[in-house]
Design a binder for this molecule. Structure first.
Ligand code: F7E
Length: 337
């Protein structure tokens, strides 16, 4: 079996490439060349794994590149993970988010249609499509109501995939994934920002973590569990759309509390809104709030109903919230040793 992963240098590419290699796949990845030649999470893979991955340098915004690649490789599976995936940044640069996330997805769909119609495609959709959801928990039938340029781009993406699936009878499945995190998560996302800062504080730093909306409610799972769900989506008789999540909700405040608990600190919250602070038992400021990290619109109150995936894919998340936080903080503590 051969699979191509777009976005292989991101968090999910890190776990998915290892999963597919362990199943005996030939794994190909698309990587954008950059001047510093950094390779994202590929650099974090053990050498013996990394050298098994066949890299193609190119960009998903280049339709010809994708068509030529699919014409040549004709993979059984393609996992389209590449995206501008940081919601906060999408407010500052909507156009580049649309170019990568809408244009890129359209290019992948066209390349499959024209050059390799037997390729099964997974598209990384997102719980952000629900915006500020009208019902709890959210499942595949919950109405979409995007509240960021990122979510708007993914709305176009999911509907492009659905349209190509129906119009050209292609095997294309959408994964509506809730937040999934890990020890290789980018530091701009709140969970890794917290785990890195907590590890630094444990090592003597006096810098508090400066965060935005502490009350945002998300459904956080472990990315390693979710890539298994992606793979399962492509092993079905028919393409379909699936929600993956944990069914458990937590606030950013609770994530911070759980992370500090790993290093033996209990956070006491004082004040509210922009003036809220998290203090340690001996009165040290551990957490502060700044307007800088608030978004023009928030999208939260998330809680996944993943019963369809459980029934049809036999998928369930294995890692509990507390264990996820522990994995992340302990990994960042090890990095500082
Ligand atoms: O924010 C709040 C922020 O940036 C989580 C992406 O993978 O998951 C991810 O999107 C929450 C938000 O992830 C800070 O307002 C508070 O409510 O970690 P995040 P995200 O926006 O949920 C979805 C499913 C995706 O599809 C995306 O691609 O945390 N928050 N204080 C903060 N967020 C950040 N980044 N930094 C803060 O200081």
């Amino acid at each position: 079996m051969k699979a191509i992963i777009t976005g292989i240098s991101g968090q999910d590419g890190y776990f998915l490439s290892q999963l597919l290699l362990s199943k005996g796949y030939e794994v190909h990845g698309i990587l954008r060349r950059n001047s510093s030649m950094t390779q994202g999470t590929l650099d974090l893979l053990p050498e013996n794994i990394r050298k098994q991955i066949i890299i193609h340098y190119g960009d998903i915004t280049d339709g010809n590149f994708l068509s030529n690649l699919l014409q040549k490789e004709k993979p059984e599976e393609l996992y389209h993970l590449a995206a501008q995936s940081f919601v906060g940044y999408s407010f500052q640069n909507a156009l580049s988010t649309y170019d990568a996330n809408i244009g890129g997805t359209l290019n992948v769909c066209n390349a499959i249609k024209d050059a390799s119609p037997d390729t099964r495609m997974y598209f990384a959709a997102t719980s952000e499509l629900f915006g500020q959801p009208k019902e709890t928990p959210q499942n595949e039938m919950t109405p979409f109501f995007p509240r960021s340029p990122y979510a708007v781009s993914k709305l176009a993406g999911i509907w492009t995939v659905r349209t190509y699936r129906d119009a050209y009878k292609l095997y294309m499945s959408n994964g509506i994934l809730f937040n999934h995190e890990s020890e290789v998560r980018g530091p701009e996302f709140v969970t890794r920002k917290i785990s890195q800062a907590v590890a630094k504080i444990a090592n003597g730093s006096h810098d508090p973590i400066v965060l935005g909306n502490l009350s945002a409610v998300k459904d956080w799972g472990y990315a390693k569990d979710y890539v298994d769900g992606m793979w399962r989506m492509l092993q079905q008789d028919y393409p379909d759309d699936f929600v993956l999540g944990t069914g458990e909700s937590h606030t950013v405040r609770e994530f911070a509390e759980a992370a500090f608990r790993i290093i033996g600190e209990t956070v006491e919250w004082r004040g509210s809104g922009i003036n809220e602070v998290g203090l340690s038992g001996d009165g040290k400021t551990l957490v502060k709030v700044s307007k800088e990290f608030f978004r023009p619109l928030e999208s939260d109150n998330y809680k996944a109903d993943y019963s369809k995936a459980k029934k049809k894919l036999r998928w369930e998340p294995e890692t509990k919230f507390k264990d996820l936080v522990r994995i992340m903080v302990e990994s960042d503590l090890r990095k500082l040793k």
